[in-house]
Design a protein. Sequence first.
Length: 297
Amino acid sequence: MGRAQRVAVIGLGEVGRVMVEDLRRAGDVDCTAWDVAFAEEGSVASGNARDLGLSPAPSCSQAVEAADLVICAVTAARSLDAARDAADGIADGAWFLDVNSASPGHKQESAQSIDRAGGRYVEAGLMSPIEPHRIASPFLLGGPHAAAFGAEADRWGFTGARVVSDRVGRAAATKLCRSVVVKGLEALFTESLLAARQYGVERDVLASLSNILPDADWEQIAAYFVSRSVQHGVRRAEEMEEAATTVRDVDVEPWMAGATVHRQRWAAAHGSLPPGEPDLFALIDAFQFAPAEEEIA
């Protein structure tokens, strides 16, 4: 890459941390970061900054000054504000890679802010968990600048990136319509097994799934889905609000997406992760709520 490339990461949570770690491995990169949670010393973002040896920037606009690449990885609710803040400092021609789980409409508004300020906005829909492939995960790229960024994506480490459109919104629509299914499954497993556990029929419910679905270790699969809701339910609820907006914007009533918002938020508030590998029934038993007092005999 020649001289050290300057990268600003907005949002230093799980995805932001992975970006910093992998970009540093990929080449000569000078990273800076900004997160609203830096105001809290005990926040995940502040801990990540310490672990990575990053000095938090004073503000979002100052973090992105002189950056060649800006990666925006904030929560769905913060995505538009983050783009507007970054627009105040972004350099002419700098890439702005928006990996947030925001609706097509919100992505388009973010793109307008960045492009008006002279940056080059690219939407990126992350189509899998960030682990295990990390920066090489499958990203769908969209927008007028997507093809140009896609041509450089490999050298940054985004080897799983694929250009899908020259218009902003298609990648977001693909991501969030998928989320209706994936995050909905998390909510369905949580709700079903919370009730089934109280009736004493949880193993029968899981065993019955192979009658209509491919044979699988449904206990392990359910444990994964439920643990994700417990660990990331707040963020997932915000994403599903964006999914509901995406569905509503094409005149489909988002009944399922709306219900998933509530169950994801509830799981984060009432659940906890037992130590070690997630065990399904330990996860279910760790929820703090008022269950039925007796199982069915």
